[in-house]
Ligand binder design. Sequence first.
Ligand code: GTR
Length: 414
Amino acid sequence: GIPTQNLHAQETFNYDETKVGTYTLPPLLQTPDGKKITTTTQWNNIQRPALLKLFADNVYGRLPGKPKGLHFKVTSEDKEALGGKAIRKQITIYFTPADTGASMDVLLYLPKQAKGPVPIFAGLNFKGNHTVHTDPEIKITSRWVAEDKNAGITGNKANENTRGLQASRWVVEEILTRGYGLATAYYGDLEPDYPEGYKTGIRTQLSKSLQIQPNEWGAIGAWAWGMSRIMDYFETDPAINAKQVALQGHSRIGKAALWTGANDTRFAMIISNESGEGGAALARRWYGETVARLNSAFPHWFNPNYKKFNDKPNQLPVDQHQLLALIAPRPLYVASAQEDQWSDPKGEFLSAQAVGPVYALFSKKGIETPEMPGLNQPVGETVRYHNRSGKHDVTLYDWQQYLDFADKQFSNKQ
Ligand code: GTR
């Protein structure tokens, strides 16, 4: 018959379940050249590197390693932050030996009551560190930020009035009260999010020192790489339990967080909040946003090869359930929101559900129910999923599920 995708060649999104079509997902436990994977050793030594390479070549581009000369500077520390509830540190991570040039600013809150090294939630933010809390001591980013007339951001400059603008997405006090720390950095420190942004971002600035050309990775790769550099810092801070770091990402940053987690096994838990197409959602399911729409609206996010599959996701050598499988055997949380059909909640569920056999190799349980759960009903053990009521956003409900999941998975938490 006619391959489904050709019927849709001109359509860049779809909200009609009857038009999704049929598809066959590439196998998880069979190598691209047909060998069966039956042990964890085969998974780790054969399938894992093979899949990572396919994602690098066809979707996200290469991810370079840790640069020589990477170093950190604590620029401020306050042991009585947030009314005495927290320790606040601000750290600049320099990507080269010099204290000038490419760098990122990390904001770190630790619970004051902690007795030993604490588990941490980490993730990049969309609008600058000062937008995650109204705390007046947070440094305001001087980098390019997206225009936001409603919030009074004009001329691509952040300002005092935007302190706490995205506080509802970070619930700092809730995280601290539950005994976790929180670390965040502005994604624009790595690459400003517009098609020409790479020219002032790390893909250009670090191409010599990392020996990688700007077109060998994309903005998502740059953001993903930055999250690993935050982990490099964690490993040097005795107040942090670097073995219990949960990496969280929303939407486009969720796509990046999954790519980070797939590559960097130091992260003990990965949380995808409505990452959608190019994230947790299956590419072969023609629903919500599509690969074609993603690549035309955001030509700078992925490796150029990804564009070859714009109208034919069925020909991609990978699908996104294989990205999720690269997190195994570590705990993985995939979250959708009902009104965010653009991200394809069902495609996110099916992809999270599909990775069960890989977790089973490691004697772990994924999601054992074949049907999508009802609204606000998390399911699954080491792979967990919920479909929250409401819009594309990160809410207190989402965080409460992540905190409960971390409590369970990090059971030896101090
Ligand atoms: C949308 C994009 C999605 C998602 C989202 C976001 O415009 O189509 O893939 O990344 O932005 O990051 O909020």
